[in-house]
Design a protein around this ligand. Structure first.
Ligand code: PLP
Ligand code: COI
Length: 337
């Protein structure tokens, strides 16, 4: 293992040894290779650069107590990348190529996957880019699929420390736009609202549904859930939020492991008093309790700004499975080494 301050990593890029690159040309994907160079040279007229014809994924490899390295539900990321490619008129990356690339990158960079118990994980960032000359508005003539990885720690301020959010005046996505796919444009659109939220002391902003601005959608890089006073796990159902794999896992765990009722429906911003706990969830975020949400000048606080008991239990169950300390449902874990 390389020498890093494993217990104190944030979410910053660290250059590792190898990345994987495959090319799409004349109707087929190449089998791809591991390379060492972390710079990508692109034609200046590449549609990825002008028209945002690009999409990406995020998933993690985890070091278990037995020294093995494992991925969490990578097929789900492969399928979601295909959805993103489809929406942006790009050739989908075959699931097998996606899994092969992620596996190769983890194996080749195994010394960058931090020790069990340190809190560090290895974040994989698959990308698909529309490349080649294309000045007019049309799909790229060629594509690149890249997977690189970086050791990471906490995305928000640290582990299960509650974070506060503010409702944004901006929309992140349109009702029938690209909110449900993982495309760079959604994130570019969230930079200014995110910066404004941070300037006011919040971790990020909460977006409301773009059609009516009455319901919570998600935050800039994670889905939202809340626990009602009747102990129902509620998480927004909307065509303009990213279908989070972490949230899908929590829906399952809330039902099957915690025995909770689950509702995928509406969380109205003016009905927060109905909820005793709230949290955000995602690959980078894991689970972060929501301490409070500021809306129209008022901070609504959940559980006295402390991690709630159900949020805590969900976190322990999810992370326990990701780190191999609890048995995960069939098919959730892919062993790499
Ligand atoms: N919502 C957005 C906007 C995201 O960027 C992410 C991160 O991938 C999520 C939700 C969480 O999705 P997942 O749990 O699949 O990482
Ligand atoms: C992830 O959680 O994987 C994401 O892509 C979110 C991003 C803002 C880091």
């Amino acid at each position: 293992m390389v020498n890093l301050d494993w217990n104190n990593l944030g979410f910053e890029y660290v250059k590792t040894d190898f990345r994987f690159v495959a090319h799409y040309k004349d109707g087929t994907w190449s089998s791809g290779d591991l390379i060492e160079d972390n710079q990508i040279a692109l034609h200046e007229a590449s549609p990825a650069l002008h028209y945002g014809q690009q999409c990406f994924e995020g998933l993690k490899a985890y070091r278990w107590k037995d020294g093995s390295i494992n991925l969490f539900r990578p097929e789900e990321n492969a399928k979601r990348l295909q959805e993103s490619c489809h929406r942006l008129f790009m050739p989908p990356v075959p699931v097998d190529l996606f899994l092969h690339a992620c596996t190769q990158v983890v194996k080749a960079n195994a010394k960058w996957v931090g020790p069990y118990g340190s809190g560090a994980t290895f974040y994989l960032r698959p990308l698909v880019l529309g490349v080649g000359k294309g000045l007019g508005l049309r799909p790229a003539p060629e594509y690149m699929f890249v997977v690189f990885g970086s050791p990471v720690g906490s995305y928000f301020q640290g582990g299960m420390r509650p974070a506060n959010f503010i409702v944004s005046e901006f929309d992140r996505a349109a009702p029938k736009g690209t909110g449900a796919v993982k495309v760079g444009g959604n994130y570019a659109a969230s930079l200014l609202p995110g910066k404004l939220a941070k300037e006011q002391g919040f971790s990020d902003c909460v977006y409301l549904d773009p059609a009516t601005h009455t319901k919570i959608e998600e935050v800039g890089g994670a889905n939202f859930f809340a626990i009602s006073k009747k102990e129902v796990f509620v998480t927004p159902a909307s065509p303009s939020i990213l279908p989070s794999i972490t949230r899908r896992s929590l829906v399952y765990l809330a039902k099957e492991n915690l025995g909770l009722e689950v509702v995928e429906g509406d969380v109205f911003i003016d009905a927060l008093k109905d909820y005793s706990e709230a949290g955000v969830c995602g690959t980078a975020a894991v689970i972060v309790p929501v301490g409070g949400i500021s809306y129209q000048g008022h901070l609504h606080v959940f559980n006295q700004e402390k991690a709630g008991p159900i949020t805590q239990k969900l976190y322990e169950t999810l992370v326990g499975m990701q780190l191999g300390d609890l048995r995960a449902p069939q098919g959730w874990i892919t062993r790499v080494v």
